[in-house]
Write a protein that binds this ligand. Structure first.
Ligand SMILES: [Zn+2]
Length: 68
């Protein structure tokens, strides 16, 4: 996964349920960016994971602000 604007990831959780993956991931972004931009990055992370992993039916992306 390589999404511009993502400064780090942590707390990745993956569950397999009935042949489908459920994923949860925290991404760190610039804490001063707008909600709109943060949301766009989260969407892109979702799409990347869905494409890279395959049979995923649930992806939860938490957006964390970087400390600076
Ligand atoms: Zn977090």
């Amino acid at each position: 996964m390589n999404v511009p604007g993502v400064e780090g990831v942590h707390d990745i959780k993956v569950r397999l349920s009935g042949g489908w993956y459920q994923m949860e991931i925290h991404v760190v972004v610039d804490g001063d960016m707008t909600v709109r931009d943060g949301h766009a990055i989260a969407k892109e992370v979702e799409q990347c994971l869905a494409r890279d992993v395959g049979n995923v039916n649930t992806i939860i992306v938490h957006v964390d602000p970087s400390e600076n």
